[in-house]
Design a protein around this ligand. Structure first.
Ligand SMILES: [Zn+2]
Ligand SMILES: [Zn+2]
Length: 320
């Protein structure tokens, strides 16, 4: 049988690369950009007009309009008239509300590795059990904690290849820490991972990839981009370099504890991608929790009562 004809004109119109189908990649292609993460973060904590978002995120008007447009296009935001009919407000949708677990895991990681007043003064209270708590990710089946060393992967029903646009936005030169308006509770995470190639590399590291060529094979972006992102991950202590061929000095990239501890964050992205960025064929990759041998259903729970966490049942309090 003959292979279907490739439409060269289409391929040329949008530069793209082919990567293994992955719900994490699909999620990142939708919401993995720094400004998009920041906007969603601010909306989660109640900032919902254009003007307030402008002040909170420090984005230019052009960037903010562009990302708000995009978020509406992918049905993560809805524009609605405000109750007092002045300026319109942006509201979360069912799709974006399910990123709540992802936001909680971002906060957990940020607090573990960074310290800044807005973050340090936060106390979370779970209204269901009435206790202050900390979110944790567990396997719904065996209730064990979820770590990257405790999973294995198998091709799922939707396994295949994805064609992905490579029009990449330059990394923002402005740092979020310079801004004072917004909460930016997980500003370091946003700055580090608010670039989908950087996030893609971490996700590949969880699959056991170590060498430049291995990363490049799975992520065929320009080699200078790949080098730049690997260096950035080493500089920020998420990966470390380990020589592997003493005769000609070559390095492998391995996860540090700091890089490994991002795993729950990525698992929430994977779940969200499985659910909302599905092409109808089912999950491309199945994750098995090896301690219990069951497909991993990673749940974010209250460490006091073990209940699942819903945005409306969690109070954020600044103690300072
Ligand atoms: Zn388990
Ligand atoms: Zn609780």
């Amino acid at each position: 049988m003959q292979a279907p004809e490739v439409k060269v004109s289409d391929a040329e119109a949008t530069p793209s690369i082919e990567t293994r189908a992955s719900s994490i990649n699909r999620a990142l292609d939708q919401i993995g950009d720094m400004w998009t993460i920041l906007i969603l973060q601010e909306i989660f904590w109640g900032i919902n007009t254009f003007g307030d978002m402008l002040a909170a995120t420090g984005a230019s008007r052009g960037i903010l309009s562009n990302r708000l447009e995009w978020l509406q296009q992918i049905e993560c935001l809805k524009k609605a008239p405000s109750p007092d009919a002045r300026v319109p407000v942006y509201r979360l949708t069912k799709k974006s509300m399910e990123l709540y677990d992802n936001a909680l895991m971002a906060i957990v990681w940020e607090r573990q590795y960074y310290s800044h007043p807005q973050l340090d003064s936060i106390e979370l209270t779970h209204s269901v059990c009435g206790h202050s708590f900390w979110p944790e990710m567990v396997c719904a089946h065996c209730e064990g904690r979820v770590a990257w060393t405790d999973v294995s992967y198998a091709p799922g029903p939707g396994a295949g290849r994805d064609l992905r646009g490579i029009k990449t936005r330059r990394r923002a030169s402005k740092t979020i820490a310079d801004q004072s308006g917004g909460k930016a509770l997980y500003r370091n995470l946003t700055e580090l991972l608010g670039d989908r190639w950087t996030s893609n590399i971490i996700a590949l590291a969880y699959h056991g990839l170590h060498r430049f060529e291995e990363f490049n094979q799975e992520l065929p972006v320009a080699t200078n981009i790949l080098s730049d992102r690997l260096k950035r991950l080493v500089d920020h202590g998420l990966l470390y370099k380990k020589p592997y061929r003493p005769s000609v000095l070559r390095y492998e990239y391995h996860l540090t504890a700091k890089g490994a501890d991002l795993f729950p964050y990525f698992m929430t992205l994977l779940r969200w991608g499985d659910r909302w960025c599905n092409d109808g064929t089912g999950p491309p990759i199945e994750v098995i929790h090896t301690p219990c041998g069951k497909p991993l259903q990673a749940e974010v729970r209250c460490d006091h009562c073990s209940g699942r966490l819903q945005a409306r049942e969690v109070d954020f309090e600044h103690l300072a």
